[in-house]
Design a protein around this ligand. Structure first.
Ligand code: NAP
Length: 288
């Protein structure tokens, strides 16, 4: 008999995170006399990147954070981008730095990420942050993977001992979400473009995370009945990486697109920005 999955409502869960961030942002202003500040670096003219940056800036301002935008031309070199990010790392009035991905092809994105001071890496993209996450040490997590974990936690989805299939192995999404789930005692399989028999790997999983960037690549019929489906994909036309309606007929829980993983990503970014600001104050003030 067909069942319909319960929605993992990222809009509702992110709203609760935003409320808490907004209280902490107001408290920061009251005690420090300035707003916590997120600097966003955008290189080039990619329309989707412009939209994402605008959304993040708008949300930051709504929550009482300062949003500073650094726009660099499409022809920016790696050295120029590194210099711009280094200046923000050294600027005492900046608490968090986000370099919007993807940078134009001539820019060595990893070199630019590495210019972000670890204590300001609120998007979790530096090698320091990745290693800290892998070792379960203190540090900021990549925002989309952390948002997925927070969404599963909000619905008390059991992870320990479960079989997880992550489709995608990018440094910002597939790999870190697999490591975070491993740290919660899941048994994790990573799939990618060279995986043979993807349908079988997905079909074995209790939790499927789709992070590919191919519309509806993960077919509904592949989903094990009762599995939890997290669709991180965001393709033109609001289409995810999972065939949603068919998957929802078999899954126990599923994320909608939009309104699932997307708002959780922004919520984690905002939360990590206010945490970065609070941490920096704590590190520079004398012990009471
Ligand atoms: P990416 O860097 O392009 O990585 C895509 C991954 O998918 C790669 O590991 C690739 O394998 C794998 N892949 C490609 N074709 C495949 C196939 N036919 N079968 C199995 N695996 C395949 O993408 P990304 O940055 O991780 O983003 C993935 C998706 O998430 C995109 O839709 C993106 O828009 C979305 N996203 C959403 C948010 C959000 O806030 N909601 C944030 C970030 C990304 P190889 O490694 O072998 O090439």
């Amino acid at each position: 008999m067909a069942t319909t999955a319960q929605i993992l409502d990222g809009t509702a869960v992110s709203r609760r995170i935003f409320e808490h961030v907004s209280q902490r942002a107001a408290n920061f202003i009251a005690t420090q006399g300035r707003s916590a500040c997120l600097a966003t670096v955008l290189i080039g003219d990619d329309p989707a990147s412009h939209t994402y940056v605008r959304m993040k800036q708008r949300r930051a301002r709504q929550l009482g954070l300062e949003s500073r935008r650094v726009q660099l031309p499409a022809a920016t070199t790696t050295d120029e981008a590194v210099a711009a990010v280094r200046a923000l790392s050294e600027d005492d009035t900046v608490d968090g730095i986000l370099v919007q991905h993807p940078a134009p092809a001539q820019v060595d994105e990893l070199a630019v990420f590495e210019a972000i001071a670890p204590e300001k890496d609120v998007d979790g993209v530096t090698m320091h942050s990745f290693a800290a996450m892998g070792l379960s040490a203190n540090g900021f997590h990549s925002c989309t993977p952390e948002g997925i974990i927070r969404l599963l936690d909000a619905y008390d989805v059991p992870v320990a001992g479960k079989r997880v299939c992550v489709v995608g192995r990018s440094a910002i999404l597939g790999k870190p979400v697999g490591l975070l789930l491993l740290a919660k005692d899941a048994t994790v399989t990573f799939c990618h473009s060279r995986t043979t028999d993807l349908a079988a790997r997905v079909g074995e999983a209790d939790i499927v995370v789709a992070a590919v960037g191919r519309p509806e690549l993960v077919r509904g019929a592949w989903i094990k009945p009762g599995a939890v489906v997290v669709d991180a994909g965001y393709n033109p036309g609001n289409v995810g990486d999972v065939e949603t309606a068919a998957a929802a007929a078999r899954a126990s829980y599923i994320t909608p697109v939009p309104g699932g993983v997307g708002p959780m990503t922004i919520a984690v970014l905002m939360e990590q920005t206010v945490s970065a600001a609070e941490n920096r104050v704590r590190q520079t003030s004398p012990q009471s």
